[in-house]
Write a protein that binds this ligand. Sequence first.
Ligand SMILES: Nc1nc2c(ncn2[C@@H]2O[C@H](COP(=O)(O)O)[C@@H](O)[C@H]2O)c(=O)[nH]1
Ligand SMILES: [Mn+2]
Length: 374
Amino acid sequence: MNSTLPRVRVIASPQSWVEGEALRQLEAAARLPGMRSAVGLPDLHPGKGAPVGAAFTSQGVFYPFLVGNDIGCGMGLWALDLPARKAKPERWAARLDLEGPWEGDAEAMLADAGVRPCGFEASLGTVGGGNHFAEVQRVEAVHDASTFQTLKLETDRLLLLVHSGSRGLGEHILRAHVDRHGAGSLAEESAEARTYLARHDQAVGWARANRAAIAERVMRGVSAAGRRVLDVCHNSVTPKEWEGGRGWLHRKGAAPSDQGPVVIPGSRGALSYLVLPLGDGEDHAHSLAHGAGRKWTRTHARERLRERFTPDALLRTTFKSHVVCEDRDLLFEEAPPAYKAIDRVVGDLVDAGLVRVVATLAPLLTYKTRSRRE
Ligand SMILES: Nc1nc2c(ncn2[C@@H]2O[C@H](COP(=O)(O)O)[C@@H](O)[C@H]2O)c(=O)[nH]1
Ligand SMILES: [Mn+2]
């Protein structure tokens, strides 16, 4: 370990609230055999056994449980050919339906992402529950016109942000691993490691194809064509070289800082930030915050927000955007107050010298689900 690098680092200002349990999880992960460093980003919050909003490096071994079950989950941004003045969020909210099997060419979509069908194709093109969403956005403000232009974006055109992952496939892969190894590591040269990594890479490609299929579905629903501007994965384990060595980089809810611009969303009732990473480095585990991060647990959000809001009130946001979410519990669990303040999270990254803000994006329509939970 390079002596100038701290083993555990949390990139968050005192104004950013980080739960004690998340810090405890981060430190516990850093103590695992073979770990080199653990970095908490400003969206750090507790997860199931391991924290979310964190990145870890290790040598000789890696830990599938640190990646979690939604292997390959990430954010894709599409630039639509639709002018903002033609937005019809209310009409779209009434008719957009992304449930059921996607009618497109799954094999071609998967081939484009470099993977083959693997039995989970019935879910391809579906958003999935939890924090996943597809959101039509407008440009709120441009802060770095040069990068904005380099990305060939236009202020008066709509954008589509898709957050989804590998659906049942990633879960299947993690379960097969945990059944044999629990939360244990895999030695990098072992046959088990090769098997897991092959499956992991399949899930990463599948998730990328899934976001593209969701984007096609939404674009068809809003009668638009579009171009993928970026697509980054925030749950993965990948080989990484650093000065004087090589090892493994785990990201659990951590956007990459080594793959160009990324979008960091806040919530369906907050701005999303298109940011440009400023230099990549091991001191921040080559990673950035991937969102605002949860402030409240799902149970806590349901209990607190049911007292304050009717379900109908939550179908509109302070941006006057529309929300499609027919699952009542999810409507409360994912409501904007359940998340931390995204401006503070991004401010911490800016203050740490890790990103420059390119533009802010405001929601017009957020699609969560049309399914009702029993
Ligand atoms: N713009 C929106 N952002 C949202 C929404 N729901 C959640 N979020 C943000 O995304 C990240 C994703 O977290 P992950 O751990 O599930 O990968 C989360 O931290 C929120 O900040 C939404 O509907 N719209
Ligand atoms: Mn995710």
